[in-house]
Design a protein around this ligand. Sequence first.
Ligand SMILES: NC(=O)c1ccc[n+]([C@@H]2O[C@H](COP(=O)([O-])OP(=O)(O)OC[C@H]3O[C@@H](n4cnc5c(N)ncnc54)[C@H](OP(=O)(O)O)[C@@H]3O)[C@@H](O)[C@H]2O)c1
Length: 347
Amino acid sequence: MASTAFELKGKTVFVAGHRGMVGSALMRRLAREEADLLTVSRSEVDLRDQAAVNAWFAAKRPQAVFLAAAKVGGIVANNTLRAEFLYDNLAISSNVIQAAHANGCEKLMFFGSSCIYPRLAPQPLREDSMLTGPLEPTNEPYAIAKIAGIKMAEAYRSQYGADFISVMPTNLYGPGDNYHPEYSHVVAALIRRFHEAKVSGAGNVAVWGTGTPRREFLYVDDLADACIHLMKTYSSPELVNIGTGEDITIAEFALMVAAAVGFRGEISFDTSRPDGTPRKLLDISRLARLGWHAQTALEDGIQLAYRAYLADSKWTALLVPDKWRKQAHPRIRTRVSPSWPRRSRND
Ligand SMILES: NC(=O)c1ccc[n+]([C@@H]2O[C@H](COP(=O)([O-])OP(=O)(O)OC[C@H]3O[C@@H](n4cnc5c(N)ncnc54)[C@H](OP(=O)(O)O)[C@@H]3O)[C@@H](O)[C@H]2O)c1
């Protein structure tokens, strides 16, 4: 596992997908790196458009790229928009990786996802379990596109010596999440449903599935910190999982979100909805050896995410009484879980 120092300071750094949850967290974190940040909106350059991507890269020639643009969604979106998830993600990865290579990009980070691992791979999921068995059918198109992106980064490295690396984040949550009623991920979906039930006075919230699947959740600002750490220090074809190394059942997690939101009614489980993979916990030993550990305890992260949701009028314009919105930005001290080694945020 090779390590090299890569300086971000003074470099032109392109964050593809800068308005997304991951991209905006990267922008917040990169603000501390004294880099020259480049962004482009989808209306200017649709990253599925090869000619537009080539022209933009030829004009801007970014020295470093975080490829955090993708078509992303929860289990329903993945399972219904199967063609779009495959086409969009293949096109975005191919266009950006090739254009980065052709225009002298010194370093690129590709974002995979834990769904690239086989549905029944041994847990916790090790990086070398990719392509060892069948994928979870509900998100197979997305996973196939992500695996192709990883293989592209790997191939450009082996054929051209390009310093392109790939990371596999676990389930993320935090500011900038998508709270769409059908297409969101589980954390956003639960925050929204418990919040709506609290506001409307509903006595019951139905959580999708049986509540038994186990999931790992990482606060998105922690992810961004891990990515900057790896961008500066890591250079290898081997993937790196990014997670907390701890998982809980959806039922336990739902109780935590309900408590954070202040919902005091009943929680039931809608077993007509799919569960997805029974367990998804990343093996983070490689990341730990590389010197990074998550900082934000889950309870604190959920509080922060709920406050960000309250503050985001895009989702809550009709749902948040004014007095709550005014309280939306209290400072919460981030507590480090005792089981996680302490690490300075400035490492
Ligand atoms: N969210 C998670 O839990 C999670 C977990 C593991 C891995 N990841 C990976 O992390 C990366 C970012 O995810 P995210 O959660 O930040 O997703 P997101 O919030 O949906 O953001 C995706 C970003 O990509 C941009 N985008 C999508 N299609 C585009 C196109 N055709 N042209 C230009 N821009 C386009 C979007 O632009 P607009 O702002 O214009 O829509 C948005 O800024 C993805 O690769 C994802 O696979 C996410």
